[in-house]
Structure formats: C-alpha cells, structure tokens
Design a protein around this ligand. Structure first.
Ligand SMILES: Cc1cc2nc3c(=O)[nH]c(=O)nc-3n(C[C@H](O)[C@H](O)[C@H](O)COP(=O)(O)O)c2cc1C
Length: 396
C-alpha cells in the first residue's frame, strides 16, 4: 500500500533471523484460550482469524515449560509432551493461512504463582520458585532456586522450545517481563543471589535468562527465531524499573543478543511514552533499545486505545478506540527508526481483521475493546455474575 506516493513502512517486509515477516504488525501474547493446561480449539480459531486478518507475526499466549513448579492453574497452558497435539492444531491453524510468522511464548510464573490468586498449589511438594524466594522486595513466596532447580527448569524450557519447533512454529518468545520468573532474575529487588546468577548490574543478573536462550539456541539450531520480551513494569509494581538509566540497557541487550536473541520485544504501557523523560522528553523504551542493538525491536502498548492495560484490566476503565491517529504515530515511529515492528494487543482482540483494515484505509465500524465482552468467552469458567473473578485478573 502506498500513501501519497510513498511506500507505507507499516507494510514493508522485515527480516528476523532467516525469516521474512510480511508487514510490521505483531499480535502480542495474550492469555485467554487455555483450559486443562491445553490450548482450546477457540484459541486456534482466534489466532487463525487474526492471521487471516493480516498480522505479520502471531505470538501464542504465554504457556509454561513442563516443570511442576511452573504449573499454575488449568487456565494457563503447558507446552509439554501431553499437550503437543493441541499445540500442533494451533500452529497448523495459524500457518495454514499462508505467510504469517508464528511464535510460541514460553512463560514461567516464578514466585508469582499462587500469590495473585490464593488458589491451592496444583503440585504440592513443588513450591513456587524464583531467584531468591521473593515476589517483590520484602514479599516472600516459595523458595530460592537451587542449582538443581536451575538445571531442571532450563531443561524444561529447552524441551518446550523443541516442541514449538516440532509443531512447526517459526520460533519462540522467552517471556522475561512483567515480574514473572525470568524478570525476577533481572530485577534488583528480587534477585539477591550471591552466586553467578546475581549481581549489581542488569547485565550480570541476566545470566540465567541468557543461559536459557543459549541452551534453546543450541538445541534448535541457527534459524529458529528467538524473541526476548522484557519490560520495565511488573504486575506487582507498575512503576518498577529494571533499568534505572539507559546505560544499564546496552550491556544487557548485548548479553542476550550474544546468547542468541533475534528480536527484542519491549513491553510498555504506551508504545511512544518517554522512558526517561528527565533525559529525553520523547524517546520511548523501544527507541532507546533500537539505538543499542542491531536486532529488530518490537514496540507495544495501547496502540489504538486511550487507556493502557493496567487502567483497563485492573482499574476497569474501558478504553476508547482511536486507531487512525495512532496509526499515523506508529508510521512516523517506523520512519524515524524508533522500532521495527509494532504490537497491537487488545485492539486486535476486538478486531481480528484490524491489519487488513489499516492496509485498506478502512477505519469505519471497528469495534472498541470491552474486556467483559471480549474476554468473557475465553474466560467462561471465570466469569461470575458479570465480574471476572480473581483468576482472570491476572494477565501475564
Ligand atoms: C487478556 C490479556 C492477556 C495477556 N497475556 C499476556 C501473556 O500471556 N504474555 C505476555 O507477555 N503479555 C500478556 N499480556 C500483555 C499483552 O501482550 C500486551 O503487552 C498488552 O495488552 C499491551 O498491549 P495493548 O495495549 O495493545 O493491549 C496480556 C494482555 C491481555 C489484555
């Protein structure tokens, strides 16, 4: 598509490792379609429709590597031998649409398991695990990982990545964001280890996430796409920072890149919000990252919506749709080299054909995102008298 004679950067292909992505739109991981630890046919159908709707990259909702301490509740999936056929159905649904790139997100709840929901441990005898037994400074849960736990968990990640490869996914995304297991290693508040997995700098604390990426790279080969998702914010602390200063980021990105990361997915509440306004009033986190790595960078957060995820899902402030004006901002960001791809989450839940509508310049009649309406089907077990009960308040 051309706009005023210029090629539209939103629809220019981009290379991620050996894989070509047809346009710049990503469906980020959004947990909403798993039951009994398995992806549902509904998940396959929704992702297929979003692929048909034009998204260049589809990322499956976060699902855990098959390790007992990673099991949370049956509403959150497992990528293990018992669920391989279910994942194959999802992969075939997406890949059958033609040229969409399909990644599966590997998510381990870490110390956040049990805490948000207060539900019983599905595997008694396997407490929640984390670097130092902390969800947050002064908020303990579960146990600090032993060397054995670190090895077993790493192996579970590798096995899940191999399953993703076996079912035909182009790659995986390692979820190092939002206060879950690998982010707990990155965050200075929750990683108090005095072995080689701790340290004073973000790059030092990235040792375990980097080790997992290297192990996945070694097992899956050079072409398998590995995305790394990280964030400043945590579910338990929206003001948290893993990097106090942009200078902390460069060595972290270099370590993860050298371990085998092909793409950085920078999760923020608003894609173009300044990350360090005191240093630069306009530069977003993705844009800072872009200056520090040669790997493609995905920006995400509130594209097309007036309200960010926290205010929407947790504070019940329904967003308004303002897609057309945000698309102009996204196009300028791409042209300015602030990022390479853009994640559109809730607006694509409400409109699985959003990307094709943008391509055609047809913004009329697109739907607002309404969580009670749009998540109710996926969360049918958890909707009670019009309210999403506690389990579904968690978002990963
Ligand atoms: C229902 C729901 C479930 C989510 N689950 C995940 C997840 O599994 N993994 C993850 O990294 N982020 C998850 N997120 C965050 C989204 O990937 C995305 O970063 C966030 O919604 C912001 O994008 P948006 O403003 O375009 O919706 C979830 C968000 C929602 C709304």
């Amino acid at each position: 598509m051309q706009i005023h004679g210029e090629p539209n950067p939103l629809f220019a292909p981009v290379q991620v490792n050996a894989t070509t992505v047809r346009n710049r739109f990503v469906l980020p991981a959004m947990q909403r379609g798993t039951r009994d630890y398995r992806p549902t046919p509904g998940m396959a159908d929704t992702l297929r429709r979003t692929a048909e709707g034009g998204s260049g990259v589809i990322i499956s909702e976060g699902a855990a590597p098959d390790h007992p301490a990673a099991y949370w509740q049956p509403a959150f999936g497992i990528i293990g031998r018992e669920t391989v056929d279910d994942w194959r159905r999802v992969a075939h649904a997406v890949l059958g649409t033609g040229d969409t790139v399909f990644l599966m997100q590997l998510w381990h709840p870490g110390a956040l398991r049990l805490v948000l929901d207060g539900v019983p441990n599905p595997h008694p005898g396997h407490p929640a695990l984390s670097p130092s037994g902390l969800v947050q400074e002064d908020r303990p849960n579960g146990e600090a990982m032993t060397r054995r736990d670190l090895e077993d968990t790493k192996e579970a990640y590798v096995q899940s990545a191999l399953i993703a490869q076996e079912v035909g996914a182009h790659g995986i995304e390692v979820h190092c964001a939002h206060g879950y297991l690998l982010d707990l290693f990155l965050w200075h508040e929750t990683n108090r280890r005095d072995d080689e997995y701790g340290g004073a700098t973000l790059a030092e604390r990235a040792a375990y996430p980097a080790e997992i990426v290297s192990a996945i790279r070694a097992a899956t080969g050079p072409d398998f796409v590995i995305s790394c998702r990280f964030s400043q914010w945590k579910e338990v602390d929206y003001g948290a920072r893993i990097a106090e200063h942009p200078d902390d980021l460069g060595p972290f990105l270099a370590r993860m890149r050298d371990a085998g990361v092909d793409m950085f997915h920078v999760s923020t509440r608003r894609f173009d919000a300044a990350a360090w306004p005191e240093l630069d009033s306009r530069r977003s986190l993705a844009s800072w990252v872009k200056t520090m790595t040669d790997r493609p960078v995905v920006a995400v957060g509130s594209v097309g919506l007036t309200t960010d995820l926290a205010r929407d899902i947790f504070d019940n402030e329904d967003p308004e749709l303002r897609l057309e004006e945000d698309i102009v901002r996204v196009r300028s960001g791409l042209k300015a080299g602030d990022f390479d791809l853009i994640g559109v989450g809730r607006a694509q839940i409400a409109n699985t054909n959003l990307v094709n509508r943008v391509r055609d310049g047809d913004f009329v009649g697109l739907r607002d995102f309404r969580k009670y309406r749009d998540l109710a089907e996926a969360y049918e077990n958890y909707v009670h008298e019009g309210q999403l009960v506690d389990q579904s308040r968690k978002t990963a």
